[in-house]
Design a protein around this ligand. Structure first.
Ligand code: OAD
Length: 254
């Protein structure tokens, strides 16, 4: 168990003690994959810099020009497909193994957490390697082919257009996944927030739920975010350096 709130207070200089049974939640964003070579959305060279999100990542854009939207996703699949998990992904997979109550929530659609060995990943914004029938005639399916043989791809069952199984602007998040993420955030005693600008809702509110529970918040991000002033510990470093070091330093106490 974590000690009481007082001992988490960064002002008193004492570090929280992490035990096997400590409920831990992690929220990751594009920054956790930055050192794998996946561009972030809003930073320098961010994906949204060269493309207008509203032209591509909305249901309206897909209705208007599914081929254009799929070309963009095809390009992103190619880019992500060439990337490998980095030391931050690996440290999170190790944490899942070592802790009894560990929940990893990600906004990323790149699938790198699973590739690093994380088994249970709550993907709030979907997964770029999954496709979905626009008529919803069957559950989403995985298709890792790159390039896809047909752009735009079609549902193999009914022939309707297929879309990426990701959340677009203006769309709701998958309800059950969000509910689990909220539950884990409310329960946790320690939350790591790694590589997210904390600007996109509802993901950005998960750390607030954790704070309501008195959780100790650790932010790992080279840049300040709206959450920074709420965090008990801030590591202004790239995740692939800071996270493995944090895990080694705060590893399980006996
Ligand atoms: P952003 O691109 O908004 O933010 C990336 C964050 O990662 C920034 O705060 C960077 O400072 C930080 N960062 C950059 N390099 C890093 C590194 N090496 N280590 C740690 N942090 C680093 O990405 P998200 O917050 O993930 O949604 O964006 C949230 C959502 O906005 C995305 O999931 C996507 C987008 O619209 C959908 O597609 C639905």
């Amino acid at each position: 168990m974590m000690h009481g709130q007082k001992e988490h207070d960064p002002q008193n200089g004492r570090r929280p003690i992490l035990r096997r049974a400590t409920p831990v939640a992690v929220l990751t964003g594009a920054g956790v994959s930055a050192e794998s070579g996946v561009p972030t959305f809003r930073g320098q060279g961010g994906l949204w810099r060269s493309y207008r999100a509203e032209d591509l990542a909305t249901p309206q854009a897909f209705r208007r020009d599914p081929e254009l939207v799929w070309q963009w996703y095809g390009w992103r699949r190619g880019l992500v497909g060439a990337c490998r998990p980095n030391a931050a992904h690996v440290a999170l997979a190790e944490m899942e193994q070592a802790l009894d109550d560990f929940v990893l929530v990600t906004q990323n659609v790149d699938g790198l957490h699973r590739l690093a060995g994380s088994r249970r990943v709550l993907e709030l914004h979907g997964n770029i390697w999954r496709l979905r029938c626009t008529r919803e005639c069957r559950p989403p399916w995985e298709d890792r082919r790159d390039p896809l043989p047909e752009i735009p791809p079609r549902c193999p069952a009914c022939g309707a257009l297929a879309r990426p199984d990701v959340v677009w602007f203006g769309e709701a998040l998958p309800g059950a996944v969000l509910a689990e993420a909220m539950d884990a955030s409310r329960r946790c005693e320690l939350m790591l927030v790694v590589g997210t600008s904390a600007l996109v809702q509802p993901a950005a509110s998960l750390p607030l739920l954790a704070l309501d529970n008195g959780a100790h918040l650790v932010e790992i991000n080279p840049q300040a975010t709206p959450l920074s002033h709420l965090a008990g510990e801030v590591l202004r470093e790239p995740a692939a350096q800071a996270l493995p070091r944090w895990w080694a330093a705060h590893g399980l106490s006996a």
